[in-house]
Each structure stands twice: as structure tokens, then as C-alpha cells.
Design a protein around this ligand. Structure first.
Ligand code: PQ2
Ligand code: NAD
Length: 274
């Protein structure tokens, strides 16, 4: 095993309801705003309106929780009750001031493009519903992170986002039916979820509806089994058009033709012997 170290901690930071200050309104700031809105943060944006990127303007006009101040960063008072600071401004000296203030107040900070002023780096992101993938080169090559992201995007399993949403709903229903943390129930719940996820195809999971989930819990969980999608009343046309099982009807027809052919040949031979 190679020795550990030299990397960074990869986490899915929960920002819901937390207060994020963004300083700057250009191209990079608009990407930062998008990233924190995806995480349901409360945003305060400080930047003069004459430098607003069109995307930043769209966010300000949209149905989001953004408090906007049309001015330059004003000093330590702008950091009151702030949980996270992101700066993306074209003024290196001012960026360093903001970073020092944040470090004094122990507020995590990212200064776009200045690694030594970052407590964490942004990465190249892929989102498909609740699926979130971040590619990080840990500061070595942002452009390669961008290129690798595009390659991963082209190779993602189809329907992954929908499958994750449906499985999330199934897990919630299962926890309602078999509540409790840890213990034998917890172990059985985890084993059953693992079996469902590994024995159903991604697109089959994506098609789970409320009725199928109820049946899966009644006929599967309650009986300690993992029924197939077809047994759960999955709409077969959609399923079979998307799964490798598409060969099954073909094999059946070939087998039946072979048996019928063999039976005719036997009858013919028997008739000739008489
Ligand atoms: C991933 C992404 C996320 C985002 O910002 O949203 C991101 N940079 C992106 C693009 C990009 N940035 C730059 C280029 C020009 C080509 C190149 O230099 O490669 C391109 C490519 C382009 O524009 O196409 C210039 C650049 N960036 C940094 C420096 C300073 C330095 O390295 O010293 C310099 C100036 C270097 C110089 O002066 O020469 C520093 C950082 N940039 C990071 C993130 C963090 C490390 C991430 C990692 O390594 O994984 C880190 C450390 C801090 C941070 O900002 O968080 C986003 C791609 C998103 C996407 O497209 O998917
Ligand atoms: N990490 C990355 O991916 C990446 C990529 C490109 C550029 N950058 C860097 O990020 C920074 C921003 O890039 P950009 O293209 O968005 O720049 P930009 O010039 O488009 O925008 C800068 C914004 O900062 C505002 N601003 C300047 N001083 C301010 C202050 N004191 N208070 C509040 N707002 C202020 C301006 O009004 C403007 O809206 C630059 O330093 C750039 O080098 C980072």
C-alpha cells in the first residue's frame, strides 16, 4: 500500500440554510453562486452592479434567497454571521485582505485563483439530480479537471439520477415500515437494500413508482426476498426495450421452433417405420 498524504478531504458539505458571502459578480462569481444555490444556501452578494455578469443578473432576478449589495466589499462588518466566504474579484490585494479577515474569524474561505488563500478548492462538477460528482486535481491542473469531467459525463450510466431519487424514496418508505437505528433490523434493512440495488438494473430502479414500491416492500421486504421487476408489475415494454433481457422472447421462440421441428421429424420417422 502506498503511503497516504498529499491530497485533500472530499466531502459533500451541507449548506442548507447556511449564510454564504460571495464577493464579486463576474464570470467566476456566477459559477460560485450557482454552486451554493444548488446546495440551498442563503447568499449575500457584494459587488458593484456595473460589473455584473449576465448569469449573475439572472440569479438576482430569479426565485432565490440572495441579498444583494451594490458596492465594493466594505470590511470586517460584512463578515458578521457569515458561515462561508467565496471571493472572485480582479483585485489581488483586496482578495488577500478578505482572506486574512476570514482566517482571523475562522470563517472558511475560497479566493478564486489564489490557492494559498483557499481553505478548500472548487472542483469540476457533474450533477444529475442528487448525483454529484466532483473532479479535483488538488490544484495541479484545473484544465485537466475540466477535460476529465467531460469524459466522465459521456460515460455515466443512463437514468442514474432518476434511479437514485427512486431508491431514496424506497429507503425512506422502508425506514418507516421498519424503523430504528442499528441492531438486527438495521442490518437486515441494509442487506435488503444492497440486494435490491445490485439485482435490479439502473433503468429498472428509475421506473419504480409508488405502487411498485409498495408491492416490493409487501412481497419482498416482508418475505425476505428480492422479487424481479417483472414480478413487481414493471411496465414490460419499457423495461425490455432497455435491458439485456430483450433477448429472452427471441430465445423462447427459437426453442419452441426447435422443439416443434424435432417433434414433426420424429412423427415423420415413426410413420415411415410402420
Ligand atoms: C475546476 C475549476 C472549478 C471552478 O473554479 O469552478 C477550477 N478552476 C477551473 C478552471 C480554470 N482555472 C484556470 C484555468 C486556466 C487553465 C489552467 O491553468 O489549468 C481554468 C480552465 C478553464 O478556464 O477552462 C486558472 C487557474 N485556476 C487556479 C489558478 C491558480 C494556480 O493554479 O496557482 C489558475 C491560474 C493559473 C495561472 O495563472 O497560470 C486555481 C484553482 N482553480 C480551481 C478550480 C482550484 C483547483 C482545482 C483543481 O485543481 O482540481 C484552484 C486551486 C482554486 C479555486 O479557484 O478553487 C474550474 C473548471 C471547471 C470546469 O470547467 O468544469
Ligand atoms: N478558479 C477559476 O476557475 C478561475 C477561472 C478564471 C479566472 N479566475 C480568477 O477569478 C477572479 C475573477 O474572475 P472573473 O473572470 O469573474 O473576473 P471579472 O473581471 O469578470 O469580475 C470581477 C468582479 O469583481 C468585482 N469586484 C472587483 N473588486 C471588488 C471588490 N473590492 N468588492 C466587490 N466586488 C469587486 C467586479 O465588479 C466584477 O464584478 C480573477 O482573479 C481571475 O483571475 C478564476
Amino acid at each position: 500500500m502506498s503511503p497516504l498524504g498529499g491530497g485533500s478531504l472530499l466531502l459533500a458539505w451541507q449548506l442548507k440554510g447556511k449564510h454564504v458571502l460571495i464577493v464579486g459578480g463576474g464570470d467566476v462569481a456566477s459559477g460560485r453562486i450557482e454552486s451554493v444555490l444548488a446546495a440551498d444556501a442563503r447568499v449575500t452578494l457584494i459587488t458593484p452592479s456595473n460589473g455584473l455578469h449576465p448569469l449573475t443578473k439572472r440569479f438576482l432576478d430569479g426565485p432565490y434567497s440572495i441579498t444583494y449589495h451594490d458596492r465594493l466589499f466594505g470590511g470586517v462588518q460584512d463578515l458578521a454571521n457569515v458561515d462561508l466566504v467565496l471571493t472572485a474579484i480582479d483585485d489581488v490585494a483586496q482578495s488577500c485582505v478578505i482572506c486574512s479577515l476570514c482566517r482571523e474569524l475562522k470563517i472558511p474561505v475560497n479566493v478564486a485563483d489564489i490557492p494559498e488563500s483557499c481553505d478548500f478548492y472548487f472542483g469540476s462538477q457533474i450533477r444529475d439530480g442528487p448525483l454529484q460528482i466532483m473532479i479535483s486535481t488538488n490544484g495541479n491542473s484545473p484544465k485537466l479537471a475540466n477535460i476529465i469531467r467531460k469524459k466522465i459525463e459521456q460515460n455515466l450510466p443512463e437514468h442514474a439520477g432518476d434511479a437514485i431519487i427512486r431508491v431514496g424514496e424506497l429507503r425512506a418508505k422502508l425506514k418507516e415500515r421498519a424503523p430504528g437505528v442499528g441492531g438486527e433490523t438495521g442490518k437486515r434493512r441494509m442487506r435488503w437494500m444492497i440486494d435490491v440495488c445490485t439485482s435490479w438494473e439502473m433503468e429498472e430502479l428509475a421506473l419504480l413508482d409508488d405502487q411498485m414500491m409498495r408491492k416490493l416492500l409487501d412481497d419482498g421486504w416482508e418475505k425476505n426476498a428480492v422479487p424481479s421487476p417483472a414480478e413487481m408489475g414493471a411496465r414490460s415494454r419499457q423495461m425490455y426495450s432497455a435491458t439485456p433481457n430483450v433477448a429472452a422472447p427471441g430465445i423462447l421462440v427459437t426453442t419452441l421452433s426447435f422443439v416443434a421441428g424435432a417433434a414433426c421429424a420424429s412423427l415423420f420417422l415413426l410413420a415411415r417405420r410402420r
